[in-house]
Design a protein around this ligand. Structure first.
Ligand code: ZN
Length: 1014
């Protein structure tokens, strides 16, 4: 080795050292600093107002503490009359759109797209901001993204994907104000759009040139306009209390952000379509609640089981970086870990998580309007924790501008970080799609099959429609096929089961089948497709362990769509299913119409909601329900099947085709007992306390075209004769503030001012076509209660569910049923098993022995035949053992000195039944409810071991076997009580017919009833 080479080595290692240390700082200095361009003029007047409305120097950042000036592009002030986030300024959606379209006119960097309308007909938009070149090449870029989104188009070729990744411009989709009282996003997004199109600082220019920012500034447009009405009313009446925002959209309030599974609301459908059409990489939804910015992208466990771990890594990367960037700006109260779990895929942002993108959500701090207010926090909100090292302050003066500063700063740093790493994120976008396509062989299943011999074809079609809305591909088998079933492992039996359990287990013990046949025409949801993930998440079962460290699930824990729709869905792991001859289908419609010859038509009742639709469509037809099953023309008909006599065949054919029901013409009506099915006149009652939970019921009835009058509890007292107007009164769950006393009393009226909810020149959007009132505060009142009672006594049917059932039992509308709450039981929005108890009841028509249902902690019903007595609750086994004495365990004791006396056999009863009336109770038994007046249990909860179908069930023994649906006779009428919620979030269509059966059979609910002897 000569000296030169020695020196050479030394030089090389010296250079290496230099390189390493330079790389260490390069990572930071390589990224453009968040600072304005000193060469670009500032809009001094606008900037001065930004500073004026920001309440503390640390509530802003170098990204938003100024506004760049433009000679051609108008600032938000043009429309708002002040700067974004100014006190007292809250624009209607229309004004926000007006501004976005002014931007589009003034700048080649902005394009506005209409993305659909709301239930009330208002427009929704998406605003794209990028370089003129990117906007010019939108279609070319979309083609690239589409290939990455569907790797099958490039034969899963990574090299080809890399080329596309290098060329593609990513799309970052931001959505604002889905929650109407969370008011800050629209102005923040107006100003953000301005900055992105005007600012020449390198930091912003990189975002603009490197990616497409897509913005839907107002998601809940109907609710936004109501909220602005209320805010303006508040400004005009500053000393008064203002009405709480009881309606947001037409149907639901806060739950509009729980619709990303069922896709029943227009806003979900429009955002989903936009997200999928643009092949966006991120969906970032803006909310307001906790101080000051909770980027709940990281959140807490449990994470949804169906998301790709690549995504959960992206959450960590983006979330942590977001906190770091804002912390460096000195902005307090920014954090990303917190109590939000991502288990449920129902949130709007989760459209991205389930379609190979990145879901994100901000909670910033809002004042619910544009007033600047002093805000005091709870100790846990300002505590310094390991995940919130720079917590919010205990007490601050807070303005909408502060909120806008946080929203914009968070978004700009996010956009910049995303752009810096866009090749990584685009590659991940491709990889997630590729891994979806590889799902059948990677982790399975291979497919879900919905068999062609489904007994509820119209519900099957509805489930498939949901999947289609989710952009899932559906195929149909051209021939019958067989798949191998996975071998189930035997579980060791636990001791301590009672006799009944063992007996049932013995009965169920058939040899496990090893294969399953499916007929031609069966629907196949292949899992080797890019959007397999959402199909899997909706159709699979969920299990939330009672021992999970997360003790407060953020939302529902179970939702399995096949179970809740009451249709067969087979999870198939056998890869051979993918080789079955099949074709893609786009039009899915349940077969319907009239078959056969004859003047009488029969339609099977399989608990399909379409039956009710058909009844109302054929308003003048003579429709009857069979009270017993029958056979006709070789076809079996269930109890409750329709027998239609005087219908025009062509009319019936058209109507049955539309709703997807098969009518069979028969020579003569079957010789079974029948009763008339009349189109009941329905009143639908809501409170002024909360309307969301009933909103899901309204949505379902509207979809099914079941007519009803929508009236408030206040209106009940004002109707002279309820029976003259209505046959059935539906009183669906209230939700918040739903105690029985609150339903009677309403909101406090002893102080304060009236809270009007109506359309006036001052509040033109408030009521829309929903209900209105001069004062929201009064409730049902005792007059209204008396009216309801009289309605039932005179023969009306009142249907209640969950909290309104509790109301009916506690306030005394029914006798012999009590409803209790449990502190220990935890059934948090789960799918549970119910069992048919009385199949002869019309409420049960079309249902089988086992019916899955949605339950959220009860109430727990118990029956008693003694008026005023609380029903018995059975907690576990109650087998009584003999007292201490002589003999063996099953021998009698003796009494010394007299002959033994055999104790009378104790009458037994099931948990869902009322305990038998004893001889002692019958002595002067004025409290004994006569058999004809006793409650009739239609469905009960399953035994404890069968209770959990999907989700979380802890302490389920408290509700196991208790009644789930009860029909209580009262006078000449009935009160029907539900412990389950049969109509919920568009997900529970399998149990809709329990409600619809009640409506259709309103005057024959006693059909098939067997009375107790005494
Ligand atoms: Zn929110």
């Amino acid at each position: 080795m000569d000296s030169t080479s020695v020196r050479g080595v030394r030089i090389a290692s010296f250079l290496l050292l230099v390189f390493i240390s330079a790389a260490g700082t390069l990572a930071a200095s390589d990224e453009t600093a968040p600072a304005r361009d000193p060469k670009q003029a500032v809009d001094e007047a606008y900037t001065a107002k930004i500073q004026k409305y920001t309440t503390a120097p640390y509530f802003t950042s170098p990204l938003v503490n100024y506004l760049p000036a433009s000679k051609t592009v108008p600032t938000p002030e043009t429309v708002l009359g002040d700067v974004a986030g100014a006190p007292g300024v809250l624009p209607y959606a229309e004004d926000v759109y007006k501004y976005m379209r002014l931007l589009e006119k003034a700048s080649p960097r902005v394009k506005v797209f209409s993305i659909g309308t709301t239930e009330e007909g208002r427009e929704m938009i998406a605003v794209a901001i990028s370089s003129p070149e990117n906007l010019k090449n939108l279609e070319e870029n979309r083609a690239r993204l589409t290939k990455l989104a569907d790797p099958r188009t490039i034969k899963l070729d990574d090299a080809e994907a890399d080329k596309l990744v290098a060329q593609a411009v990513p799309v970052y989709y931001i959505t604002g104000t889905i929650h109407s009282p969370e008011t800050g996003a629209p102005t923040a997004l107006m100003e953000l759009a301005y900055r992105l199109s005007v600012d020449e600082s390198p930091y912003i220019r990189e975002i603009r040139d490197g990616m497409i920012t897509l913005i839907t500034p107002v998601v809940e447009v109907d609710g936004r306009d109501r909220m602005v009405d209320i805010y303006k009313w508040h400004l005009a009446h500053p000393k008064d209390f203002y009405p709480p925002l009881i309606y947001w959209g037409k149907y639901v309030a806060h739950d509009n952000n729980r619709d990303a599974m069922g896709v029943t609301l227009k806003l979900t459908e429009n955002v989903l379509n936009t997200y999928v059409k643009w092949k966006a990489q991120v969906l970032h939804d803006l909310h307001e609640s906790v101080p000051y910015l909770y980027d709940n992208t990281v959140g807490d466990g449990p994470y949804n089981a169906w998301v790709d771990p690549i995504l959960t890594d992206e959450w960590q990367m983006i979330g942590s970086r977001n906190v770091a960037d804002m912390t460096k700006f000195g902005m307090p109260g920014v954090f990303t870990h917190g109590d939000f779990d991502t288990w449920s895929p129902g949130y709007l942002m989760f459209i991205a998580a389930m379609h190979n993108g990145i879901s994100r959500l901000y909670e910033t701090f809002g004042n619910g309007g544009a007033d600047t207010q002093e805000r005091t926090l709870d100790p846990e909100e300002y505590a310094r924790t390991w995940w919130r090292q720079n917590p919010p302050l205990p007490k601050v003066l807070w303005s909408q501008r502060d909120n806008n500063n946080y929203e914009q700063t968070g978004l700009l740093t996010s956009l910049h970080y995303f752009n810096e790493n866009k090749r990584l994120f685009l590659k991940n976008f491709y990889l997630k799609a590729k891994r979806s396509v590889a799902k059948p062989s990677a982790e399975g299943p291979a497919a879900y099959v919905l068999p062609a011999d489904e007994s509820r074809p119209s519900l099957q079609a509805e489930l498939l429609h949901v999947l289609q809305k989710q952009a899932v591909e559906i195929s149909r088998a051209k021939a019958g096929f067989t798949v191998a079933l996975p071998v189930k492992k035997e579980k060791p039996k636990k001791d301590g089961k009672d006799k009944k359990d063992t007996k049932e287990a013995e009965k169920d013990k058939k040899p496990e089948p090893t294969s399953r046949d499916f007929p031609a025409g069966s629907y196949i949801v292949r899992m080797d497709q890019p959007y397999a993930r959402i199909a899997d998440a909706l159709l699979d079962h969920q299990y939330w362990s009672p021992d999970d460290p997360q003790k407060t699930p953020y939302d529902d824990t179970g939702w399995t769509f096949g179970e809740l729709f009451g249709v067969q869905v087979a999870r198939v792991t056998d890869l051979k299913v993918l080789d079955v001859a099949m074709e893609r289908v786009t039009e899915i419609h349940a077969p319907g119409g009239v078959k056969g010859d004859g003047a009488v038509f029969a339609i099977n009742n399989a608990a399909e909601p379409a039956l009710a639709t058909l009844r109302y469509k054929l308003k003048d037809a003579n429709v009857e329900a069979a009270e017993e099953p029958f056979e006709s023309g070789g076809k079996k008909f269930n109890r409750g099947s329709f027998i239609i006599r005087n219908a025009n065949r062509a009319d019936l054919d058209r109507a049955a085709t539309e709703v997807g029901l098969q009518a069979v013409a028969v020579g003569a009506a079957p010789s079974v007992k029948t009763h008339a099915i009349r189109a009941a006149r329905v009143a639908f009652v809501h409170t002024w306390l909360s309307t969301q939970t009933e909103g899901w019921w309204r949505l379902a009835l509207d979809d099914l075209k079941i007519p009803y009058d929508y009236i408030s509890t206040q209106a009940i007292a004002k109707i002279d004769d309820l029976n003259a107007k209505y046959d059935v009164i539906l009183f669906p769950p209230v939700g918040f503030f739903s105690s029985p006393t609150a339903i009677i009393n309403g909101m406090p009226t002893a102080w304060g001012n009236p809270l009007p909810w109506k359309n006036t020149p001052e509040t033109p959007n408030l009521a829309g076509k929903n209900d209105s009132t001069d004062d929201m505060r009064p409730g049902l009142g005792w007059d209204g209660f008396a009216k309801l009672q009289t309605f039932v006594q005179k023969g009306g049917v009142l249907l209640t569910a969950t909290d309104t059932s509790r109301f009916a039992t506690e306030i005394g509308l029914v006798t012999g049923v009590s409803a209790q709450t449990s502190e220990r039981m935890k059934i948090v929005g789960s799918v549970v098993g119910t069992r048919l108890v009385d199949g002869a009841s019309p409420i049960a028509y079309g249902y089988e022995e086992k019916v899955p249902a949605y339950c959220d902690n009860g109430p727990i019903f118990s029956l008693s035949s003694i008026s005023g007595a609380r029903g018995r609750r059975r907690l576990g086994n109650e087998s009584r053992s003999r007292p201490t004495g002589r003999g063996t365990a099953d021998e009698p004791d003796f009494t010394v000195g007299r002959p033994g006396v055999e104790a009378p056999e104790e009458p037994t009863s099931e948990t869902w039944e009322a305990p038998p009336v004893t001889d002692e109770q019958r002595r002067n038994g004025f409290r004994v409810i006569p058999p004809a007046d006793r409650a009739r249990v239609i469905f009960r909860y399953a035994d404890q071991k069968d209770l959990l179908i999907s989700g979380l069930v802890a302490g389920g023994n408290e509700i196991a076997q208790h009644p789930a649906v009860v029909d209580v006779p009262s006078g000449k009428g009935h009160v029907v009580l539900f412990s389950i919620n049969p109509v919920y979030r568009g997900e529970t269509r399998g149990t809709y017919s329990m409600v619809l059966n009640t409506i259709l059979n309103f005057d024959s609910l006693d059909a098939g009833r067997k009375l107790a002897e005494k």
